[in-house]
Design a protein around this ligand. Structure first.
Ligand code: KE4
Length: 431
């Protein structure tokens, strides 16, 4: 396979950089950690994306998770088309919002009440404000390496060790606010216990990705999440599951269905809009009723429950609810994982793969990878080389070592075999 022609992407990228910071509307798209020019995508269908230079790739970025049915799924597209003729936004309640809320609650029974928003960031930010308002406490616990969108309180991680007060990761987050965000180590329950001992009665909630995807995929250690559930109950703090990635991904009912744990609040995004901007947060009725206009905790959004996005979400979740969906998805993911495992084993290159269902990350290191500190040991230069060699072979994986790959229902056996063959080349294995 020759070198990719990326002439049009390069030209567009130069033009984009003149008017959009870094040429992108979301940093992770900029290829900064793998080098090279980000591909400007022209269209997508099923398991593939095609860039402006006409290069078609088997896609495992999947728009960072939402494209579980595959791109431009016919049911989702026709639902959007059907909604389009009725207008694009009313700023008033619609029947579709009630339908989507029910579809979400059917999959996530812990979400007795649901509020729709327009992004995962908005959902997580609102859930944290609600937890603080409901408990009357200011502090929250998050885990280093977990990502909950870019609201101020979320852009924080411990400065030294895992038990200190947070220091803002991003300039612009006032230290006065950051100090209310405490950071613990994922899969290390003692690090959480110590924070509660030091801040007794002051912690409103723990917010956690039950299956983190934002430091690469990290499976929760057996019992870890159960212990968070028990501790938050004892301490009268709320447990918030950020299932923006894992929701409708690792199971129809997300990690909470897979693990049999009921959080007090759940944060959703990505998949529930079928690729259109929808986020949601929801949970215990008594907690959710603290939200305006019922209660005093304010939260709002002009485009919340947007009729087009809701129509796409309804079509997407209706498809996912069909019998056999997750068996099929699991079979595809198992097949790919087995194939890649064989390739990596034979290559002699040190790699460690974490996988939960149809989301996975191959870390370029010996492993094991169990938290942020171990994930950070990965050889990101080796990953970058692998990324570009996969691209040259027509396979588009995440342009960052610390993200997840996603199999969709649209990936055919042929796509998976081509991916495995590409990995043989990419990992430098000549066999
Ligand atoms: P958005 O605001 O990007 O819709 O969602 C924020 C968010 C919240 N919670 C979790 C667990 C998430 O993974 C995300 C967003 N994920 C990133 C990458 N994994 C989105 C990609 C991007 O930032 O461009």
């Amino acid at each position: 396979m020759g070198r990719l022609t990326t002439k049009k992407s390069r030209k567009l990228f130069r033009a984009a950089m003149k008017i959009i910071p870094g040429g992108v509307n979301s940093p992770v798209r900029a290829f900064r950690s793998v080098g090279g020019t980000p591909l400007f995508i022209a269209r997508a269908k099923g398991a593939t994306v095609t860039d402006v230079d006409g290069n078609t790739f088997i896609d495992y970025v999947s728009s960072w998770g939402p494209m579980i049915l595959g791109h431009a799924d016919s049911k989702v597209v026709s639902a959007i088309r059907g909604a389009l003729g009725k207008g694009t936004s009313y700023g008033a309640p619609t029947e579709g919002e009630v339908t989507l809320a029910h579809l979400i609650r059917n999959a996530f029974p812990s979400m007795e009440k649901v509020r729709l928003v327009s992004s995962g960031t908005e959902a997580a930010m609102s859930a944290v404000r609600l937890a603080r308002g409901f408990t009357g406490r200011d502090k929250i616990v998050k885990f280093e390496g977990c990502y909950h969108g870019h609201a101020d309180s979320m852009l924080v991680k411990a400065g030294s060790g895992a038990l200190t007060f947070g220091l803002p990761d991003s300039p612009g987050v006032p230290a006065d606010l950051a100090r209310h965000t405490l950071t613990a180590t994922f899969n290390d329950f003692v690090s959480v216990q110590k924070l509660f001992e030091k801040n007794r009665g002051e912690i409103a909630a723990i917010i956690v990705e039950p299956v983190p995807g934002n430091m690469g995929v990290i499976p929760p250690a057996p019992g870890f999440l159960d212990s968070l559930r028990k501790l938050t109950r004892q301490e009268r703090a709320l447990l918030v599951f950020d299932e923006v990635i894992s929701g409708f991904r690792v199971a129809f009912g997300g990690a909470q269905e897979m693990l049999g744990i009921d959080p007090d609040l759940t944060v959703l995004g990505k998949i529930i809009g079928g690729g259109l901007p929808v986020g949601a947060f929801g949970g215990r009725g008594d907690v959710m009723d603290a939200l305006s206009p019922v209660g005093p905790v304010y939260q709002a959004g002009t485009l919340s429950g947007n009729p087009l996005a809701v129509a796409a979400g309804i079509a997407c979740l209706t498809e996912l609810a069909k019998k056999g969906t997750y068996r099929k998805l699991g079979e595809k993911a198992d097949y790919l994982a087995e194939g890649l495992h064989g390739v990596f084993e034979k290559s002699g290159v040190p790699t460690w793969t974490n996988r939960v269902g149809s989301m996975w990350t191959t870390f370029f290191q010996q492993g094991p990878v169990v938290d942020y500190a171990t994930a950070k040991r990965s050889d990101t230069a080796a990953y970058a080389k692998y990324f570009h060699r996969m691209l040259a072979r027509g396979v588009y994986i995440a342009p960052s070592q610390f993200e997840a790959g996603f199999v969709s229902l649209a990936h055919s056996r042929k796509d998976l075999d081509r991916t495995i063959a590409a990995a043989k080349h990419a990992i430098g294995f000549s066999g």
